[in-house]
Design a protein around this ligand. Structure first.
Ligand code: FE
Length: 341
């Protein structure tokens, strides 16, 4: 066999092996707190574009973190996808994540919506805002989260349980901005104004306002968006009876939270996982979040959906979301002391 021919065989052989092993490793495993229907179509797009297969395990956030802890370095998960920043912060604290350095992620995502060391990145934004009954409340009566404790709202406030991470993050943001003492006075005042013992999810609070059980409620923006565009008549009708109010526009701005993700410490498919994170922060995915799930894009310059445009301009609290994780435990204790069930 001539030298030249041998050389070609070696090249061909390594190419063949290379593509074989690529076929084996090109997949990503995700533990997702986000429901399958709210992420799967995006993952399918990613697979279609890259050929990288994505395996999805969905579950409750705390349970997924527990599972990562138990599995340790043997975990098959490459990415943890969470719907609240405090969970990502906790996963980092428990050393379940590893840093990712990516110019694409850093340039797409504003600094306050990602971890300073690259352990987690925000992928979509949602605000926790006030909704009010159009028939009974004038927007001039509303101003801030703080003012929800005013006596005029006695027996008129609906909000879900304090075990919910969205509430915990809102309270954590207030601790960061106002201090523990003032936030505790606020939480106690809010509890005094509750129309009922907290129950249900955010959609249930909107429905309760619609039927007159309360006049104002705290909910995440995308639930209102989803109900307004719902195919279920009762949801759509309930949503149309309420309006959105952006709180704290004269000072720190409305509270924002993220859905986001980080690379697990145990990740076996590091390169493919980073590619997926970059895809989720890219234009196509960002438009999808806005259009399909009524979230705000985390990346600047992406058009928001028509529903979101109708809610007008707003000022967002620009707090570094890291702090929401930092104050999470304090927030939970504070709400407990305040009697927020
Ligand atoms: Fe949610």
């Amino acid at each position: 066999m001539s030298m030249k021919y041998k050389f070609l065989l070696v090249i061909w052989g390594s190419f063949f092996l290379g593509s074989q092993s690529m076929a084996q490793v090109d997949e990503v495993n995700i533990y997702s707190e986000r429901k399958e229907e709210l992420i799967k179509p995006l993952l399918d797009k990613f697979t279609a574009e890259t050929g990288i297969k994505v395996n999805l395990v969905t579950g409750e956030g705390d349970a997924l973190i527990k599972r990562l802890e138990i599995e340790g370095k043997d975990s098959l998960a490459d990415i943890l996808l969470a719907t609240d920043v405090a969970r990502l912060y906790r996963a980092k604290s428990l050393e379940l994540l590893q840093p990712v350095q990516s110019d694409i992620l850093v340039s797409a995502i504003p600094a306050n919506f990602r971890d300073g060391e690259g352990y987690w990145y925000g992928l979509s934004l949602r605000s926790r805002i006030i909704v009010y009954a159009k028939e009974r409340v004038r927007p001039e009566q509303l101003s801030t989260y703080e003012a929800m404790t005013n006596p005029e709202w006695k027996g008129k406030v609906c909000v879900r349980s304090s075990s919910n991470p969205y509430n915990q993050s809102l309270v954590a943001s207030m601790i960061a901005r106002l201090g523990v003492e003032a936030t505790e006075v606020w939480a106690s005042g809010l509890v005094q104004n509750f129309a009922r013992t907290p129950k249900g999810g955010d959609r249930d609070q909107i429905k309760a306002v619609a039927v007159g059980e309360c006049d104002i409620a705290l909910v995440n923006t995308y639930y209102l968006g989803g109900m307004l565009r719902s195919e279920m008549v009762d949801e759509k009708q309930a949503a149309e009876k309420v309006a959105l109010f952006w709180p704290n526009q004269g000072d720190r701005g409305a509270h924002f939270n993220i859905s986001g993700a980080g690379l697990t410490r145990a990740a076996k498919n590091r390169d493919a996982a980073i590619k997926l994170l970059e895809f989720l922060a890219g234009d196509e995915a960002q438009v999808w979040y806005a259009e399909m799930n009524f979230e705000f894009p985390v990346k600047a310059g992406i058009a928001v959906s028509e529903t979101l445009q109708q809610w007008g301009n707003y000022i967002a609290d620009d707090i570094n979301l890291d702090q929401l994780g930092q104050y999470n435990a304090e927030a939970v204790r504070l709400m407990d002391r305040a009697g927020w069930k």
